[in-house]
Design a protein around this ligand. Structure first.
Ligand code: NAP
Length: 236
């Protein structure tokens, strides 16, 4: 029996990943920063729920204590994310507008949140027979793609969100080297219609969740320290 925690799973791609992982028989905790939104989502899914704000030490520590007391954790999916630079499906905060505050706000959730949650749950994962971490990144994290003219990633003009996801990718690489017994990978869901982009994405959440679900179930002899989309490995 595999026990999985997905942060920011009260809606969007995380919610759909929870649905798919429950459908194949896993025990899934959805993390939600808002208890009521989380309870409603968990009820719909038949999931367990923990209140978990990735920007809040006390909330993350309490969630780790609860899941530890319930029997531990095998798979952590760092999915919670924000994209403050986009509204109405368009980038409104580009290089001319970005400030340290916008960067800080974005990194607080996407990067520091990933570290905060990973740090808190590492002792639980270390007790699992087949521990896994999935860091939900983005193709916008790829320095290769954002420097390749003629691609949608090159044309994306935001700064804070791609920078935060590139930082997530280096977290994946460094954690994977530090913990060879844990499968730790970054994944790119693809441009998916959710509240993150005001529905502008062209994929469904079913498509977006696919690579998350696949890498959450990676075998102990499967890849680690990698960066994957549904179609295969991505260039860093
Ligand atoms: P979404 O529908 O906006 O969902 C984001 C989730 O993160 C929500 O549950 C949100 O909770 C939660 N969240 C935000 N800040 C949080 C915090 N401080 N603590 C805990 N939860 C928090 O967006 P999505 O598209 O499903 O995004 C999921 C992940 O996929 C993100 O990491 C995103 O960067 C990544 N991604 C998305 C796309 C895409 O095209 N959609 C592409 C590449 C990567 P609330 O409901 O409380 O706000």
């Amino acid at each position: 029996m595999t026990t999985i925690l997905i942060t920011g799973a009260n809606k969007g791609i995380g919610f759909e990943a929870a649905r798919q992982l429950i459908a194949v028989g896993h025990t899934v905790y959805i993390g939600s920063r808002d208890g009521e939104r989380g309870r409603r989502a968990a009820e719909q899914l038949g999931a367990r729920m923990v209140q978990l704000d990735v920007t809040d030490d006390a909330s993350v520590a309490a969630a780790a204590k609860t899941i530890d007391a319930d029997g531990g954790l095998d798979v952590l999916i760092n999915n919670a994310g924000v994209q403050a630079e986009m509204s109405d499906g368009k980038v409104t905060i580009g290089a001319a507008e970005v400030t340290a505050d916008v960067m800080r706000e974005t990194f607080e959730t996407n990067v520091f949140g990933t570290v905060r949650v990973t740090h808190a749950f590492l002792p639980l994962l270390q007790r699992s027979a087949a521990p896994v971490i999935v860091n939900v990144s983005s193709a916008l994290a790829s320095l290769t793609l954002v420097t390749t003219p003629g691609t949608r990633r090159y044309d994306y003009l935001g700064v804070a969100y791609p920078a935060s996801k590139t930082a997530v990718n280096v977290l994946t690489v460094q954690y994977a080297k530090a913990f060879p017994n844990i499968r730790i990978n970054s994944v790119e869901p693809g441009f998916t219609g959710t509240d993150l982009n005001q529905g502008a994405g062209h994929q469904t959440v079913e498509q977006g969740a696919e690579i998350i679900v696949r890498m959450a179930q990676v075998n102990p002899d499967g890849p680690t320290g990698g960066y994957f989309a549904a179609s295969g490995p991505l260039p860093w």
